[in-house]
Write a protein that binds this ligand. Structure first.
Ligand SMILES: Nc1ncnc2c1ncn2[C@@H]1O[C@H](COP(=O)(O)OP(=O)(O)O)[C@@H](O)[C@H]1O
Ligand SMILES: [Mg+2]
Length: 345
């Protein structure tokens, strides 16, 4: 019994004013109070224990949460870092796509420059011979002949100048292509632009792969006036489409199907106030299940080193920035047509 209750108990026992019966009742009450007290004490102790355990658990939980928060923070940092890395890699890929397309162009450009160079070389040789003849005629005093030769030389020099300028134009175009586009729009003859890239891409491929050949068809609508575009950018789009078309027909050719004649055609057409450019091939077409992916960045079905998967996604961005549209029509095993529409002005 608790000492305080014990004191009361002892005092009760010796108290003469309380009857024996009452004493029994009081002592029984005391014992019950003592028991209740003990129980309460026990309960209190248990509650304390629970409180202490809860506090410890809470502390642990807080610690755990803090660790988790740190982990999330670290993950965020890592994610940010990989996002930055990805952005860097993407910029690099865009650059390499550009360089790859320049590579495709180089052989074509070399081919295109060869013609004017041949003219320049031939005509300058002929002119030298003519001038030697002229010296002779001066010596002979035949002024009529001297005059005639001088006229020929003048004509030759005009031709040399003309072809020199053509080569100059081709080189300038090439330099423009390798530079970052300013995106500035200027009035451009779309037919000339498309024709130029068609020939460059074709001769570029031919120079790289002597066995490559395809029928080229072009159909230009002369009623199209100059349209306001960023020529380098639209040039890249056309080049991408044509390169893809050549790739597709070349792949099909490798299957050695009977009667297969690879063909790529390019067409421009004015429809109301829109200009349409179509690039078609009779390759293998685009399987339905990938058709909605081809304009996504990095999507490619070509082996590493042969495709970056950026051609169509860049083309899409360029066409959209011209308020135009680009879409693909395709029939499996029969070929594809890419259609670009641009506002006329
Ligand atoms: N003319 C086409 N014929 C068949 N498939 C094509 C054609 N043009 C594009 N594709 C498909 O679209 C994909 C993406 O093209 P693109 O963005 O130019 O990237 P890349 O040429 O580097 O693969 C190609 O890998 C190919 O699967
Ligand atoms: Mg491509």
């Amino acid at each position: 019994m608790k000492p305080e209750l014990q004191t009361i108990h002892d005092f009760l026992l010796i108290n003469e004013h309380i009857s024996a019966n009452e004493k029994v009742q009081l002592i029984s009450a005391l014992k019950k109070a003592d028991k209740d007290f003990s129980i309460s004490e026990f309960k209190l102790e248990r509650t304390e224990k629970v409180k202490r355990t809860t506090a410890i658990l809470l502390e642990e939980t807080i610690e755990e949460l803090e660790q988790k928060r740190k982990a999330v923070e670290d993950t965020n940092k890592a994610l940010q870092q990989s996002l930055n890395d990805l952005k860097g890699a993407q910029a690099q890929l865009i650059q390499s796509e550009k360089m790859a397309s320049l590579g495709e162009l180089t052989a074509g450009i070399a081919h295109e420059i060869q013609n004017p160079l041949n003219f320049v070389n031939n005509f300058s040789e002929v002119s030298k011979e003519l001038l030697e003849e002229m010296l002779e005629e001066i010596h002979n005093g035949d002024m009529e002949e001297v005059n005639a030769i001088a006229q020929d030389v003048i004509q030759n020099l005009e031709k040399i100048n003309h072809h020199g300028k053509r080569a100059d134009g081709i080189v300038k175009g090439m330099l423009q292509h390798s530079r970052t586009s300013s995106g500035a729009k200027e009035l451009t003859d779309i037919n000339v632009l498309v024709d130029e890239y068609l020939r460059l891409a074709f001769h570029g491929l031919r120079a790289k792969d002597k066995s490559f050949n395809a029928a080229l068809e072009s159909n230009f609508d002369d009623s199209i006036k100059h349209i306001n575009i960023a020529p380098q950018d639209i040039g890249r789009v056309v080049l991408n489409l044509i390169t893809n078309a050549f790739y597709a027909v070349n792949e099909k050719k490798k299957l050695h199907l009977e009667d297969y004649e690879p063909k790529v055609s390019v067409e421009t057409k004015k429809i109301k106030n829109l200009v349409e450019i179509r690039v078609s091939d009779n390759g293998n077409g685009i399987p339905k299940k990938i058709l909605d992916k081809i304009f996504q960045p990095f999507f490619t079905t070509k082996p590493t080193g042969q495709g970056t998967g950026l051609g169509l996604s860049l083309s899409y961005d360029i066409i959209k920035s011209h308020d135009g549209d680009i879409k693909a029509n395709t029939i499996e095993n029969e070929g594809s047509t890419f259609i670009i529409t641009l506002p006329e002005n």
